[in-house]
Design a protein around this ligand. Structure first.
Ligand SMILES: NC(=O)c1ccc[n+]([C@@H]2O[C@H](COP(=O)([O-])OP(=O)(O)OC[C@H]3O[C@@H](n4cnc5c(N)ncnc54)[C@H](OP(=O)(O)O)[C@@H]3O)[C@@H](O)[C@H]2O)c1
Length: 243
């Protein structure tokens, strides 16, 4: 039996993961309810911008399953936001906090609760956190987003060191999904050129068909996280799987 915790399951890549992992026991975590047509094992609705009580809620999420010794347990952190798209000189403290709560704090707390809840589970335990090329490539207007993804990459690097010491180690890695045809890209294309000078390039990704579908990328996620050698790489890139 395989249990898969998926965040951001209401839209985009997270939703596509509900489809590709449909034969497994999915525990979806989303702010907005997921489409009723998905037959998930459990559904939880949590707004990651509400950090008060977040740890308790996530504890409940992970305690909701009773895996047997040889069951596999995966966590896919897909929830994320690019907002707000603003120049650094305009970003407020509140702007940063709103972004970091979703892109950094939530994955950090999910990973923490995952490690602690399944500490004594000897079966396979794997975490894949969806990051972005923006973690290493600066983009004007994405000060909050780029720095959040850089943070989550480093967080995962620390997790890889620390979890190696556990009695039953956890394997983890980050994944750069490339440009996908999701609501996030639509939001990016709507940005104004003053805040985001690259907007025309992103519009051309859509018009020239360069965006991968979320389903295509979700299939890559499945290939990566179920591979025998998962986590040999610290960072996986969609470009190594989809040409
Ligand atoms: N799309 C791309 O081209 C691209 C490129 C590189 C990396 N990524 C990364 O890939 C991942 C998936 O992106 P996507 O394109 O699938 O995005 P998306 O279509 O915009 O979906 C974002 C998901 O995150 C959830 N979310 C946002 N704010 C939340 C909050 N406060 N609390 C809980 N959940 C929240 C959304 O829930 P609601 O439905 O409730 O809003 C939604 O399920 C993200 O981590 C993103 O940074 C995307």
């Amino acid at each position: 039996m395989r249990y898969i915790f998926i965040t951001g399951a209401s839209r985009g890549l997270g939703e596509a993961c509900l489809d590709v992992f449909r034969d497994d026991r999915i525990i979806s975590v989303s702010r907005t309810s997921i489409d009723k047509s998905y037959n998930v094992y459990k559904e939880f609705n949590i707004d990651f911008n509400e950090e008060s009580g977040l740890e308790e809620k996530l504890n409940e999420v992970f305690q909701s399953i009773s895996p047997s010794t040889d069951d596999e347990i995966y966590l896919i952190n897909s929830a994320g936001t690019v907002a707000p798209v603003k120049q650094v000189r305009e970003l407020t403290a509140e702007d940063y906090l709103k972004n970091y709560k979703v892109n950094v704090l939530a994955p950090a707390m999910l990973i923490k609760q995952f490690i602690n809840t399944f500490e004594n589970h000897s079966g396979k335990k794997r975490i894949l956190t969806v990051s972005s090329g923006a973690a290493i490539n600066p983009v004007e207007g994405w000060g909050a987003y780029c720095s959040s993804k850089a943070a989550v990459n480093m967080l995962d690097s620390v997790v890889r060191l620390e979890t190696g010491r556990l009695d039953y180690p956890i394997q983890s890695a980050v994944f750069s999904p490339g440009v996908m045809d999701t609501d996030m890209q639509a939001e990016i294309r709507q940005s104004d050129e003053t805040s985001f000078p690259d907007v025309e390039r992103f519009k051309s990704y859509k018009s020239s068909g360069k965006l991968n579908s979320a389903f295509t990328v979700a299939e890559v996620v499945k290939k990566i996280i179920t591979a025998d050698d998962f986590s040999e790489e610290a960072v996986y890139n969609v470009s190594d799987y989809v040409k």
